[in-house]
Write a protein that binds this ligand. Sequence first.
Ligand code: SAM
Length: 273
Amino acid sequence: MQIHETAFVVSTYRSHYEDISKDIYAKLWNNPSTDSLIPEILENVSAYEAILHSLRNRFFYESMKYFFESNKGGTLINFGSGFSMYQFLMDDNVSTIEIDKKDIIDYKKKKIDQWIQEKKLPNRHILYVSLDFNTLSEEEIVESLKPYIKKGPVFILLEGVLFFLDRQTTKKLFKVFKNIQRSGDIVGSVSYLPEIENTEVYKRLLHYFDSHNDTNDSFSHQTISNSYYENIDGYTLKEQVDEYSLAKTYASEFGINDKNQILNEHLYLLERD
Ligand SMILES: C[S@@+](CC[C@H](N)C(=O)[O-])C[C@H]1O[C@@H](n2cnc3c(N)ncnc32)[C@H](O)[C@@H]1O
């Protein structure tokens, strides 16, 4: 599986549980080729992947809605935005900067422009920037984004991306965030704890990626401890929750009772000092 295919898979997961994810537009990205990948993942890795990704979306949907409503608008910068659709779920006083690799950004812009014209999506102020976090320097990323950030406060989202990056690139991104954010701005981030590496379900996930890596699309399988987030320069960890706990709040009917049997991601909100 190529990394961009993971973006289609995540978006399809969200469309499976719209009332949990709150993403009423995710289904626009559904396509037969992604649909054909999903049964094997649910069967051979974990049956709960679609519900967990919908819970993840719900957490950031609620966090950003609260942030932008309290501040009467602002800018959402979505790093590794894939096919996520928060920009249409927020009010129209929110501007969005979508950042991803060129092939994703070109395809996303083309489709979104078309769907806005067809009135399948509401009009929003969206800017698209194609960047590769691995190859560009901190200064290059900051320079390419700064001219676009016109309206504070800024909520940066880094969702479903850190698993694919190494620690050096992660460090670089948090320096970029520190540079472009002001006091009170928020970063939302997602990662696995290192402990998950001992679980069977995580081993099945890695096996799935290894056995479907037809393009040598290499990535890092990064996991991150809580203490890493507690020690990021310029930020204070404000909130942390895992998908296991979110399931108790929003999806108790699914009977998710053992955190070691699921791909339990941890979600973080960090505030710029
Ligand atoms: C699993 S998808 C998640 C997409 C979206 N954030 C979501 O949660 O729906 C991972 C995304 O990270 C992007 N990505 C991975 N490595 C990247 C890099 N080095 N530079 C820019 N984007 C990257 C991929 O292209 C992909 O869109």
